[in-house]
Design a protein around this ligand. Structure first.
Ligand SMILES: Cc1cc2nc3c(=O)[nH]c(=O)nc-3n(C[C@H](O)[C@H](O)[C@H](O)COP(=O)(O)OP(=O)(O)OC[C@H]3O[C@@H](n4cnc5c(N)ncnc54)[C@H](O)[C@@H]3O)c2cc1C
Length: 272
């Protein structure tokens, strides 16, 4: 595992949700020509707290690989050290710097690409944005390439209020451009004006799974895979990728297991 520390300079920071105190960050690693990573991976950020103690926290990269840049999506955690340290960074030298090592992690897309359900809440959207940018690049040398191979991609995103739909315009624009990309934001505390989905992500994931199985004439619960195939060699025609706090991750995993989904079909990243 790469442990070499790099200095990351903050290029820009924007508040993307006032109510959730969530920020988007664009960093550049000036000592590197390129920072290769696989969409969905995270960096470890290192800083010294007010007691002189070195603190390290993981943050999913909220972008696809792009030269020596990486982006983050972080919300302030009350009384938390690192999230507030980041949110208070000023995008001017010398203060706007953090130390990072990485990339790390195995929360990455299975190859070849299959139908996929991306499920997240809160800042769990970060690696999903990285997935979407890799599948459907809009900038850089790969702009216009479509790596989805026509597979259905559902992006189910849960939050409380409309004001907390991070990157909403980006995902809506992508869904308008790509008929196989489905953006499904759902609100648990929507006001009356909200016309979209309501409730928790697991309800909408269940509907996607049921409708797809019916459309393809597949039985639900799915029958167990052939026991002669080694777990490492199992292949599935759909995977779920889940990212966020453990309660949500556990609820979605349980729901999918109830449909006979194999544990290898469910890839997840827990933030707590
Ligand atoms: C692989 C991985 C990727 C991650 N990616 C992201 C990301 O992209 N964006 C992001 O914002 N966070 C992400 N996190 C969470 C992040 O690492 C920190 O835990 C978070 O920023 C809080 O750190 P802190 O130092 O501010 O709080 P701490 O000082 O560590 O904790 C303060 C208090 O808040 C509680 N707490 C810790 N984390 C959370 C949380 N996420 N929500 C609510 N309460 C919490 C703790 O239990 C503690 O009581 C990720 C975590 C992991 C493991």
């Amino acid at each position: 595992m790469a442990r070499e520390l790099h200095s990351a300079r903050l290029l820009s920071k924007s508040l993307i949700s006032e109510s959730a105190q969530c920020y988007h960050f664009d960093f550049v690693l000036e000592d590197l020509e390129s920072f290769p990573f696989i969409s969905g991976q995270f960096i470890s950020a290192v800083a010294t707290d007010s007691n002189g103690k070195q603190q390290t926290r993981a943050y999913s990269i909220a972008s696809a690989a792009n030269l020596n840049h990486f982006e983050l999506c972080v919300n302030r955690v009350p009384q938390g050290f690192f999230s507030n340290h980041l949110a208070d960074l000023i995008d001017l030298p010398p203060s706007g710097r953090i130390q990072v090592h990485g990339p790390h992690g195995h929360f990455i897309l299975k190859q070849p690409i299959t139908d996929s359900i991306f499920i997240s809440t809160g800042t769990g959207i970060a690696p999903m944005r990285g997935f979407a940018q890799w599948l459907f690049p809009e900038t850089g040398p790969d702009a216009g390439i479509d790596r989805s191979e026509g597979k259905e991609i559902w992006m189910v995103y849960g939050t409380r209020y409309e004001s907390e739909l991070y990157y909403r315009e980006e995902f809506e624009a992508l869904a308008a451009r790509k008929p196989n990309f489905h953006y499904l934001p759902t609100l648990s505390r929507a006001d009356e004006s909200w016309k979209g989905l309501r409730g928790y992500v697991q309800e909408h994931v269940a509907r996607i799974v049921e409708e797809r199985a019916a459309r393809l004439g597949q039985p639900l619960p799915a029958p167990p895979p052939d026991p002669t195939i080694l777990p490492a060699e199992l292949k599935f025609d759909i995977y779920a990728y889940i990212c966020g706090l453990n309660n949500m991750v556990a609820s979605v995993r349980e729901r999918l297991a109830g449909y006979g989904w194999h544990r290898k079909q469910i890839i997840f990243e827990r933030y707590d």
